[in-house]
Design a protein. Structure first.
Length: 272
């Protein structure tokens, strides 16, 4: 898979806007419910429909499953079908600089076998070129969609505990070390994991770094797997690796699932 199979530029998107299903996935951790939709309604790319991360791209269960476990296939299919997505056209997802919602959407939709790319730089890249925006909600006819999930590699907690390659923790260094934990009930990291902060995987304008930089960041031994707080930002590492044709398995439950299981050991400090 090449970079062009994963990402689309604003110039490229402008030329095919009428031929794709365009989904706005604006979301930020900790913001009030509905805030992303409010920003969408205020201004979005022409023809875009709002895809809600919390209700479509995840489900909510027991704490031991994590904060953002993967959605059930029927819920995902129904949520996408309500947006007029039937799988017959390419899909493009976008968010904002500093958010990883589009990466999560890309991962979930590819996991479900759909053809999807991310707008590199998101809405910021689009508006930086003075491209048109529109407001309000985009009305579409719902369609029926059937999905088969499981088409990207994942690991669970048991596999993470004995992972034989490089298990990458995408959180900020202070959370990896266990100096602070603003969200989850326990601070620290999975024993054996190495810290590969997700902040390295996007530039200030929200675009993905160039291939040379990505190869430096992902030049690590053995098979690769990634986790974060709840399986959202780690998807950015999977996406970045896909552009240089490296496979990375995602641990969807991530730290929020691991640390809610009292049987799981916890490491702190600079090393795994």
């Amino acid at each position: 898979m090449a970079r062009s199979d994963v990402l689309i530029t604003s110039d490229e998107l402008h030329g095919v806007l009428d031929g794709v299903d365009l989904l706005d996935v604006r979301w930020r951790l900790g913001e009030p419910g509905g805030a992303g939709r409010d920003r969408y309604c205020e201004a979005h790319l022409p023809g875009a429909r709002f895809l809600d991360l919390e209700s479509v791209l995840t489900r909510h269960g027991e704490p031991i499953e994590g904060r953002h476990p993967l959605p059930d296939a029927d819920v995902l299919a129904r949520g996408l079908g309500e947006l007029g997505v039937d799988g017959s056209r390419p899909i493009v997802v976008y968010d904002e600089a500093g958010s990883f919602a589009a990466s999560r959407a890309w991962w979930v939709l590819r996991w479900a076998g759909l053809d999807v790319r991310v707008l590199d730089g998101g809405v910021d890249a689009w508006t930086a070129q003075n491209r048109p925006m529109t407001s309000g909600d985009t009305q579409v006819e719902p369609v029926l969609l059937q999905l088969t999930t499981g088409q990207l590699p994942t690991i669970d907690a048991d596999a993470a505990a004995v992972f034989g390659g490089t298990l990458m923790d995408a959180r900020a260094p202070e959370r990896y070390r266990g100096d602070t934990e603003p969200i989850d009930p326990v601070a620290g990291h999975i024993p054996g994991a190495v810290n590969v902060p997700v902040a390295q995987f996007f530039a200030t304008d929200g675009r993905l770094p160039e291939e040379t930089r990505l190869r430096e960041l992902l030049d690590r031994p053995g098979p690769l797997a990634a986790y974060c707080g709840s399986g959202v930002s780690a998807a950015q590492l999977v996406l970045a690796a896909a552009t240089i044709e490296r496979d990375v398995a995602l641990y969807p439950g991530s730290w929020s699932a691991w640390c809610n299981d009292p049987a799981r050991p916890v490491a702190t400090g600079e090393h795994g």
